[in-house]
Design a protein around this ligand. Structure first.
Ligand code: 5CA
Length: 437
């Protein structure tokens, strides 16, 4: 993308309404714009990040054996009356009437809708287990939407739902999802720590939150740093092996992690001092096992081996896709701007032409731009170098390729690595090779 023709409306001033770094930086870098309280439009650079995150989530869900569906955002209130949640959910639910005065709602979550789909489609125990997921917008009329996309009213969630024949099957699905979450977050360049949690309005018996440490997080957390150091991508735990899932579960459980509500000071004190981690945390995902909480009242049954109806055990599995954009920035930025992890950066590199219309600079920039189809942003604006440097740091691309007339005369460019700040002077070919890694 050529910056001179792009729609990346960066701001010099810090927007007054933004209280935390990620919110400020998302507005200043032109990633999003608020259109109503807690509701955001995603602009080109922000949308690229959101889509990169969604792609990683999708790939890891598919590897774990989940299948993607897409359910509507609008749901019939009747389904929620069946589960008993229509009245119980309260004012966070956006209730709507159509022209025939039929009650609808903008889904805050989809347990009812997926249970309805399952009961119309699943007939036999042979079809279980099933894990279905979607990446879809949700609406929760939060009393105090704040911190930008971190606590929005409309937000993008990956919500998955598991159906199993029995308790042990449901536990395996729960562990399978937990393993896929650890791999998902690690690929994005963040370390989210699983912690036992309360189940809240989703209900059920067992739940874990996945927490990223950041000073502006909403809850106080305590954990053993070993949990940040485990490499889930290299580990060869297989999703289809219950023994591997059990081993993964024991590994996670052998290290302490808890939110304030579940904190055990004695267990925390027993951790080696340099491995103790305490701070604020952002919840970037939550998973639930709730047995038959929805399948029983909504009459979801399949024929068992003996022909008798069997009620499946269920769980639900959420990732805050749009919240993750803010959470990653909270965990990875400096005074100058965002520092994107490679895997989700909107662009891999920005090309800074320090002397637009200089034949050598223009030629080299065009050559570099062609070397990264759809992966480089070309700052071809007729602006001062200082403006270009500041915007490059603000937008946080992993690499900056700086093309100035002095170097260009010798076919050299300067390469800056945003995260380490390291700079080197290289030939064009070497710069391209280094960025491509
Ligand atoms: N049905 C279950 C799991 S599919 C569910 O709704 N879980 S949840 O309520 O925990 O939400 C899942 C994730 O969505 C949360 O972990 C959080 O990361 C994200 N989320 C929840 N509320 C908001 C919000 N107001 N703004 C942005 N993200 C949110």
């Amino acid at each position: 993308m050529r910056l001179s023709r792009s729609f990346i409306p960066t701001l010099k001033e810090t927007p007054a309404e933004a209280q935390i770094a990620s919110h400020r930086l998302m507005l200043r870098a032109g990633l999003v714009r608020q259109t109503a309280s807690g509701i955001y439009a995603w602009l080109p650079a922000g949308l690229r990040v959101l889509q990169n995150i969604a792609t990683i989530v999708r790939e890891e869900q598919n590897k774990a054996g989940a299948q993607e569906v897409l359910m509507p955002t609008l749901q019939s209130a009747d389904l929620w009356r069946e589960s008993g949640r229509y009245d119980a959910y309260g004012p966070e639910m956006l209730r709507i009437q159509d022209r025939h005065e039929r009650d609808l709602l903008y889904g805050p979550t989809n347990e009812e809708q997926i249970t309805d789909l399952a009961r119309t489609a699943l007939k036999s125990y042979r079809e279980l287990p099933q894990i279905l997921y979607q990446i879809q917008w949700k609406f929760r009329d939060e009393v105090r939407p704040r911190f930008g996309v971190m606590r929005g009213r409309e937000f993008l969630m990956k919500d998955g739902y598991g159906f199993d024949l029995d308790y042990q099957g449901a536990v395996n699905t729960y562990r399978r999802m937990m393993l896929s979450y650890m791999r998902t977050y690690q690929r994005m360049g963040v370390r989210a720590i699983p912690m036992l949690a309360d189940t809240g309005p989703i209900g059920g018996e067992l739940s874990h939150e996945f927490i990223v440490l950041a000073p502006t997080g909403e809850s106080q957390v305590f954990y053993d740093a070993t949990l940040e150091q485990l490499d889930y991508l290299k580990s060869d735990f297989a999703y289809d092996s219950p023994a591997d899932l059990e081993a993964f579960h024991s590994l996670i459980n052998s290290y302490y992690a808890a939110t304030e509500e579940k904190h055990d000071t004695a267990r925390y004190a027993a951790i080696q001092d340099d491995q103790k981690r305490e701070g604020r945390g952002i919840e970037v995902g939550q998973i639930f096992y709730f047995g038959k909480k929805y399948s029983t009242p909504m009459n979801l049954t399949v024929a068992g081996p003996d022909g008798k109806p069997l009620t499946p055990e269920m769980g639900s599995y959420g990732i805050g896709v749009s919240r993750l954009v803010g959470a990653v920035i909270e965990a990875s930025h400096d005074d100058a701007g965002i520092i994107w992890p490679d895997a989700i950066a909107p662009f891999r590199a920005v090309i800074l032409n320090l002397k637009q219309n200089d034949p050598a600079c223009d030629r080299i920039c065009e050559e570099l731009y062609a070397a990264f189809p759809n992966q480089a942003l070309y700052d071809d604006r007729e602006d001062r170098a200082g403006v270009k440097f500041a915007d490059a740091d603000l937008l946080g691309h992993p690499w900056q390729i700086i093309v100035g007339p002095r170097g260009a005369a010798q076919n050299k460019v300067e390469l800056k690595h945003r995260k380490s700040g390291e700079r080197s002077e290289l030939s064009i070919e070497d710069a391209i090779a280094k960025i491509k890694g």
